[in-house]
Every structure is written in C-alpha cells, then in structure tokens.
Design a protein around this ligand. Sequence first.
Ligand code: CAA
Length: 258
Amino acid sequence: MTNYQYILIDRDERVGIVTLNRPKELNALNFHLVSELADALEAFDNDEEIRCIVITGAGDRAFAAGADIKEMSGKSPIDMMRGGFESWNRIRRIQTPMIAAVGGYALGGGCELAMHCDMIIASENARFGQPEIKLGVIPGAGGTQRLARTFGKYRTMEMVLTGANFTAQEMADHALVNRVVPKGEHLTEAIKLAKVVAAQPPVAVRLAKDAVNSAFETTLEQGLANERKNFFLLFATEDQSEGMKAFLEKREADFKGR
Ligand code: CAA
C-alpha cells in the first residue's frame, strides 16, 4: 500500500476511510496533502471492493482548518496556479460516494472539502465557515458556488462576506449537514451510513450520484435527460436483473457490481 505523509488510509469492510493527518496544524490542507488525498480517493475509486468512502480529520479539534496559510502566504498568482489546485478537480471527479465525518473546525478549504462530499455527518462541536475574507482572499475550492447552490444567496453572502462560523445545527437546519451527532460520534455514524450505501448495487450507486450531481451543473432539461439515460443504462446490468428477480422471489438480492 502507498505510504502517505499527511493522510492515513484504512478500510472497514467495503468502506474506504481517509483521515487527514496533521492534527497539530488542525489538519490544514497543504498542497501535498490535497494531492495525496486525490491519489488516495482515486485509488479507492478504482478498487472494486470499495463502495463508499469516508473522509475525516485526525484529532478532536478539526476536520480541516482550511488551506495551509503558512504555505500560501508568500505566493504569487502564478505560484498558486501551479501549486496544485488541479487536485481539487480530481476530488470532484470521484465517482464513488463520499461522506465527510466532521468534528471540530471545517473552515475555508476544510468546509469546501466537506462540500465536495455527497453527505456530511457532523459532531455537535463542528463549526463551518469560509473565513478567507479575513485573510484578504475569497474561497478558492468551490465555496462560493457550492454554498450558493445549497445554502441560497443570502446565507452564503453572510458566510463569505463576514467570515463568520456556523454551528453544525445551523448547517443542518439549512440542509448542508445530513445529521448532527453527539461529540466524538461523527466517524462511527459516517461509517454506519457508508455501509448502508456500500450494500447497494455499486453501478446504480455511481449513476445515481452522477444523476443527482447533474442537477447542480446543467439545465433541468439536460439533467432530466442524463437521469433517464442512466436509468435506461442500468437495465444493462446483472444487478438490475438480480435486484428485480430477488424482489419477486421475496429474497435478499446478491449484488455483484456487474
Ligand atoms: N493554515 C496553517 N496553519 C494553521 C491553519 C491554517 N489554515 N489553521 C490552524 N493552523 C495552525 C496554527 O497556526 C497553530 O499552529 P502553531 O501551534 O504552530 O501556532 C495550530 O494550527 C493551532 O491553531 P490555533 O493556535 O490558531 O488554534 P485556536 O484554537 O486558537 O484557533 C482556529 C483555531 C479558529 C481554527 C484558527 O486556527 C484559525 O482561524 N485558523 C485559520 C482558519 C482559516 O482562515 N482558514 C482558511 C484558510 S484559506 C483557504 O482555505 C483558501 C481556500 O479556499 C482553499
């Protein structure tokens, strides 16, 4: 298995787990960490045994407190362009569902990383925010766009223009967090949810993720066409035959991912 410097990799049955591992720096996302994260997620994405991925942060203080300010502070625009932001595009292209297990701070790039995931489970001590404005910049890993599409314009403006933090419950109240759990239980809860996803037929899961995501990226007409295409395509899978046959025979389906 690959040796990573800033992340830890684990697996629990069919769930791949990635832990951001710079707890002393509140798991700040330096370029190398984000590149390792993209490598690890792609490796899980290409691993037939892995059906769902959980991303979490080491320690109890943070999921990730954002991009590494120390690393960025002296950089020019050209340095930033060459610095590895492409890794974020690689993370965006992961087809396997990803769940963020957030305890403590998810700020800046940390909040944006949680939003790259498909579901978010947060501990009651989790705090979400886009504080970049206080540093003289703005979110650079999708924050303005993903927040606006989920949170709506007005709360997004408040978050991005003031840099204020929001509690896990506030985020859940506005549909940006799936579930708030007692402090310290976010990872256990995320893995439990991941196992439910991992038990579903994986080709259907990937095409379902693709269909839902098209709602954020296309017109309604194109999104509906994409959904219908994916729906028809699934009738070419063995899992569709097995799933429907098992229902009619009143037994558990045995999905093979084919
Ligand atoms: N980058 C680098 N180091 C960071 C960091 C970051 N984003 N966040 C925290 N750290 C480091 C601190 O420098 C400190 O290190 P030292 O012990 O060596 O001084 C250590 O982590 C612990 O942090 P604090 O002492 O600051 O802890 P605290 O409890 O007093 O405060 C906090 C916690 C409110 C999260 C505070 O650390 C903080 O405000 N961090 C920065 C948050 C931020 O601005 N994030 C956005 C970054 S920009 C970005 O993400 C751009 C993008 O869109 C991709």
